[in-house]
Write a protein that binds this ligand. Structure first.
Ligand code: FDA
Length: 322
């Protein structure tokens, strides 16, 4: 499961500033994040679309604490929708309710989400509500359910396989005809709410995935796990579930080879493309998923600081202080 110590760094402001100023980290940031502006994401989506890969645009940002910032997040999502239409991109958007005010009040997040859904519906674009830490799960699902019941069928939630509650949620979402994205879960959760061992989460992922493939509405299988993907392929073939009834989803910067292989084999694939200035917590979650990423970052930082101290040494030699 995600590295807990690393996840604890996601909320450290000082480290966020350090990372932004540390040039050695830039390549790692740009591996997972399109860039700081929407303009950076457009050519990436276009390239993916050329290879028949769809996209989901994610304007980075979470946990706003005032109404103006929450409204600004909704505006940013609406700009993403406008850009999709203006450039004729094959893309939808992923949004976070804490960016749109869930920490202020459910009503604030709901009002902002409604505005985004209204705009998206006018252009026939789907909106995915990303799932955040478990303290938000019930409220996020409830708000999505209200919107769905209010006639917005262009919205769908994410379910995390590490949560014990997820099978019950999926059964209800299948009954409601909601479009679900299934992922493993990227937050540090306590053992009373979530599986802590990878193999338990993986086993639950497979159970939930089979339920969604059997009876769900166009489910999204969001993972880079080759064994699980192979299982999905075998299962759907055996049960006669056609490839157009579901899609695989992966993150920008992860397993590009697998994305291409799946498309070549006739599967729908969508890549999640984050952009924006608030990339730090997102990057930490990606590092926490894979120790090799962290080793790369630490190596680059050490190199960077050696170079910096080398420069300082040379400067002091020049000044005759050594
Ligand atoms: P697992 O972690 O077992 O990794 C399997 C293999 O994938 C690894 O061996 C490695 O090869 C590769 N891999 C995985 N992560 C990598 C990384 N960061 N860098 C390099 N290689 C990596 N979570 C959440 O809590 N809420 C959400 O809304 C979403 N949304 C979402 C959308 C999409 C499209 C995806 C693909 C994922 C999410 N997630 C998410 C993240 C998800 O919960 C999970 O943390 C990651 O997908 C990593 O888990 P895997 O399923 O890939 O398996």
């Amino acid at each position: 499961m995600p590295n807990r110590l690393l996840l604890a760094l996601a909320n450290q402001e000082g480290l966020a500033r350090f990372s932004m100023e540390n040039s050695a980290l830039r390549p790692m940031v740009l591996r997972f994040v399109a860039g700081e502006g929407l303009d950076d994401a457009v050519p990436i989506v276009r390239d993916l679309n050329k290879q028949s890969i769809r996209a989901s645009l994610d304007h980075l940002g979470e946990n706003t604490t005032d109404r103006d910032s929450a409204r600004a997040a909704a505006d940013a999502y609406e700009q993403a929708l406008q850009t999709i239409v203006a450039h004729g991109l094959d893309a939808n958007i992923s949004v976070k309710l804490t960016a749109m005010g869930l920490d202020i009040a459910d009503s604030v997040a709901e009002q902002n989400l409604r505005a985004v859904l209204e705009r998206a519906r006018a252009h026939n674009i789907f909106v995915r509500t990303d799932m955040e830490a478990s303290e938000y799960t019930a409220r996020t699902l409830e708000i999505g359910q209200h919107m769905h019941a209010a006639g917005y069928d262009n919205v769908g939630p994410v379910i995390q396989a590490y949560l014990y509650r997820s099978m019950a949620d999926i059964e209800r979402l299948i009954r409601d005809g909601a479009r679900v994205r299934l992922c493993k879960g990227a937050y540090d959760e306590a053992p009373n709410v979530a599986f802590r061992r990878k193999r338990d989460t993986d086993r639950n992922f497979v159970r939930l995935m089979e339920a969604l493939l059997d009876k769900g509405k166009y489910p999204a299988i969001a993972t880079h796990d080759e064994e699980i993907i192979a299982h999905a392929r075998r299962y759907t073939r055996r049960c006669g579930i056609k490839a157009e009834r579901f899609e695989f989803q992966m993150l920008y910067g992860v397993r590009r080879d697998l994305q291409e292989e799946l498309v070549t084999d006739g599967y729908n694939v969508r890549v999640y493309i984050p952009y924006g200035v608030s990339w730090y917590p997102y990057l930490v979650r990606r590092l926490a998923e894979r120790p090799a990423n962290l080793a790369f970052v630490l190596g680059s930082m050490a190199k960077d600081s050696n170079q910096a101290s080398g420069v300082r040494r040379q400067a002091s030699v020049i000044r005759g202080q050594s």
